[in-house]
Design a protein around this ligand. Sequence first.
Ligand code: HSE
Length: 416
Amino acid sequence: MAKIAVLGHGVVGSGVCEVIHENQESIIRRAGQPIEVKRILDLRDFDGLPYRDKFTKNFDDILNDDEISIVVEVMGGVSPAFEFSVASLKKGKSVVTSNKELVAAKGAQLLKIARENNCNYFFEASVGGGIPIIRPMHMCLAANEIDEIAGILNGTTNFILTKMIKEGTSFDEALKTAQDLGYAERNPAADVEGYDACRKICILASLAFGRHVYPEYVHTEGITKITLEDVAYAESWGGVIKLIGEAKRIPESERIECLVAPAFVNGESQLANIDDVFNGVLVRGNATGDVVFYGKGAGKLPTASAVVADVIHEAKVSGTSTSLTWKDSSENFVLPYDEVESAFYVRAAGFRDSSFAKERISVLFHGVSFLSRAGQPESEAAFVTESMSGGLLMKKVEALKEKGAEILSVIRVADC
Ligand code: HSE
């Protein structure tokens, strides 16, 4: 019998208790032994629950219980989740988490402590909710050099963009619908500003490239400035706008590219038709080619499913430390954003007429393709540039501004 403790009885924590209770028989078959939730840590009272006697408000009740061998940390946030995880690992208790903020901030450190104490730190649920991605990347794709990862990693923003693309809903209205349906928080910043997607691409990049990628060094843009006009220009170009987290190996270099930003995605890309709250992650291996993972990236039971799968895995490998790990790194590991090369979509206004706009833009940006949309004013121009560094693009955009143009949008063109 493996006895576990659950830190946090919120959406995911209660889902973990439910899945373990509901699926006990198949879990015994797969884990080779029963799994029992022995204690649950939460500061709130849950008097009405049948398992109310398992609750404690004191973490020491869990830490000092030698029968508890696995700690499930689903509290969220860095502190006290970090301190509780460190203390558990130092006692030889393996930790399973869905806490992407903590893994992205402190993963290298926690993995090291786990290894030193012959136990494990597992985090399948931290990226993609119920989509298996961490273990497939770590184990099934282990023979590959990963060249690139590109993903739609945030369901809320994908839902908002899908509403804008398919129904012509404005960003504000689509956000409100997402909030009414419970997808977006009342304070939606973590989703719409791209921070959630950033944590997830950092975790995937760390795993793929073997060194910790810290969110603070990763260029992160959200979707708050995307307009229906941009959506229309993307359609005329032959694609859609998606919030893409991307990480790429730079050949013959110790560095990687890593960023989160809205991007024009070609209609033929495997990511173009991943809609609504679904997530999709494309992993490009040098032996497999493209592999795409698709499914529900959030929600109580999908996320609990990934947490419990890690618990079952730990119950089977208990007493050994697996190879799931990466080293620490520094700021230099990630190429500065202004050195990353890409094509860009630019929308600008303030021109006398469209032929004047085309002439002026063509002098500054060589080899652009102009786009059009229904209802486009004479004073507005939209175009896609050739591939260039972000730094060079911004210089050219500044030069266009100095000539009197108003820059309305600048969006990357993804090559995934
Ligand atoms: N807020 C996240 C999303 C869910 O919308 O994808 C969990 O990461």
